[in-house]
Design a binder for this molecule. Sequence first.
Ligand SMILES: C[S@@+](CC[C@H](N)C(=O)[O-])C[C@H]1O[C@@H](n2cnc3c(N)ncnc32)[C@H](O)[C@@H]1O
Length: 311
Amino acid sequence: MNNKLKVAAFFSGCGGLDLGFIKAGYEIVWANDFDKYAVQTYNLNFEHKAVCCDINQVDYRDIPNHDVLIGGFPCQPFSMMGLEKGFEDKRGTLFFKIVDIISYKKQIKQQPKIVVLENVRTLMTHNKGETFKVIKQELESLGYKVFAKMLNSANYGVPQTRNRVFIVCFLNNEIDYTFPKERKLEKYLQDILEQNVSEKYFLSERIKKTILSNGSGGYVAKSETDLQIARPLTATMAKMHRACQDNYVTQNGKLRRLTPRECARLQGFPESFKYEVSDCQAYKQFGNAVTVNVSYAIAKSILKYIEADNL
Ligand SMILES: C[S@@+](CC[C@H](N)C(=O)[O-])C[C@H]1O[C@@H](n2cnc3c(N)ncnc32)[C@H](O)[C@@H]1O
């Protein structure tokens, strides 16, 4: 009998968050994203196939029974969640889709015992903390005990500064969860670089000048290349930002951007992880992903509570 814990994944992208759970021994029974290129990559790599559609179109009856619900919900403008706005406004945000799905599952007595959500670091402080307060209250009103912490990917084995908020919720209110321990970084950006990369990743003399200029106007920042720990990858990397925001490395005396494969490595994806999309889509998918190492560390850390809980 298959006694793996069953996971339903929302906003699954190319599957960074999901991969951490699979590596830790869980089984994905449902995944969904509306980006066809992200779903293409996801379905190329995972046994369970993601459903490609807008979450607003998902019929909740199609979502199978699961023990754990996971999702890196998009960092939508949460401003509409400000308490001064009406309840109806709040319900329009994608976080509330998660709430609706859990409520439906609760009604039919299939409520997931654990929920793991991920978001940008500013979620905690947005709107003077009111946004996070609303999120916490909503999850608590569904019966969960809620734990939240900002984790940096660089503290979980990849040379990338990436601070993200993780929200871990348990239906069992007795649980006193502690987030996974940090570990010492053993490799740097220079250690994960590809050799012999295509000329297209190198900067022409013309663009180099713009890339290397410091931020100006409202955004003053120092241009720096060849960092040991990469700056956070972004979904818009394909556009090439200046060196005060993006990552550039020197190879054979010439400056270049990172390749999609290097971005995959910086997000903890294994070499066996395949993608057959354009560079632009690959940058977007890896830039959007949850770092696999962090996801794995959380998934693993939860297991011991689940075992004690006899789930
Ligand atoms: C931050 S990314 C998630 C990354 C993913 N968790 C990972 O680790 O690779 C957010 C995802 O939400 C998806 N998304 C945004 N709005 C959506 C909607 N209305 N329905 C379904 N997916 C949506 C985007 O396409 C994007 O892939």
